[in-house]
Design a protein around this ligand. Structure first.
Ligand SMILES: Nc1nc2c(ncn2[C@@H]2O[C@H](COP(=O)(O)OP(=O)(O)OP(=O)(O)O)[C@@H](O)[C@H]2O)c(=O)[nH]1
Ligand SMILES: [Mg+2]
Length: 256
């Protein structure tokens, strides 16, 4: 042990002597390089940790957001849900990634209930979103199609989503039911409905609504690929645990 201390002292003295021999400018440059490197490393780590890890679950009441939330967190649907009157908000490692705990970044998931009273909550959470999952009831799609398209239109035209290019997954849920509509059908119908809304809302959404963006290309029928943000459509079923497309979407946008 003493031998080690003596050796360290010797090295220390040798280093000190060597530094004294160097021209002072060289020492200053070296110190500046070290300080700059530390600064860059600190800035890079701050930037990394400030990347958003919030995924917002949105969609009409009864579409299956809370069921999906439980399935993602616990791998179970908790034998049914009731209409939520408050948002579900939790940060966790996805159930499907439990064995990778410590190696993957936890995800912050906010389930915003579809009840009209709680829609303002969306404006609070969307600016922090790394991605939005818009849940559609694929079984009861036709009766809720118009309302669903209106809600979707409201989200897609928000500047916080379009300008920041927040990716969106339209999740056609309840496809465990044989009478559920296909994702291709749902996509086409939603595009048609949004096309109509674009025309009817053009008159109202003028200069006074500055945080709203225009959707699509003027003079062309609307389709999701015209959105500034990436919109994909997929199907599954929260109730039966067929949620791998949602898990993949989350992992694509909240880096582990
Ligand atoms: N068959 C089937 N039923 C589902 C599925 N997902 C949800 N449900 C049912 O749909 C109903 C509504 O589900 P919720 O998860 O409470 O809906 P929500 O979107 O949270 O509704 P709000 O909280 O009112 O906004 C419940 O009875 C669920 O059991 C699914 O994948 N398949
Ligand atoms: Mg709910």
């Amino acid at each position: 042990m003493d031998e080690w201390i003596r050796q360290a002292e010797l090295w220390g003295r040798q280093a000190e002597a060597w530094i004294r021999q160097q021209p002072p400018e060289q020492i200053y440059v070296a110190a500046a390089v070290v300080a700059l490197t530390i600064l860059v490393l600190v800035a890079a780590s701050c930037l990394k940790s400030s990347k958003p890890n919030t995924i917002v679950l949105s969609g009409l009441s009864g579409s299956g957001k809370t069921t999906l939330f439980y399935q993602l967190r616990d791998g179970s649907s908790h034998q049914g849900t009731v209409t939520s009157m408050e948002e579900n908000n939790d940060t966790f490692v996805l159930h499907s990634e439990q064995e990778r705990i410590g190696k993957v970044k936890p995800v912050h998931i906010v389930d915003v209930p579809g009840h009209a009273r709680l829609k303002p909550k969306l404006d609070e959470v969307l600016p922090k979103a790394a991605g939005v999952v818009f849940v559609v009831d694929a079984q009861d799609f036709l009766s809720s199609m118009q309302a669903s398209a209106e809600y979707l239109y409201d989200i897609l035209t928000k500047a916080t989503v379009a300008k920041k290019r927040v990716p969106m997954l339209i999740f056609c849920n309840k496809t465990d039911k044989v009478t559920a509509h296909s994702k291709e059908f749902i996509k086409k119908q939603l595009e048609k409905e949004i096309n109509k809304l674009r025309e009817s809302r053009k008159a109202i959404s003028s200069a006074d609504i500055s945080d709203e963006v225009q959707l699509g290309v003027p003079g062309e029928a609307f389709n999701f690929s015209q959105c500034q943000n990436k919109v994909t459509v997929a199907e599954g079923a929260g109730l039966t645990g067929n949620v791998s497309v949602v898990e993949q979407f989350i992992r694509d946008h909240v880096k582990a």
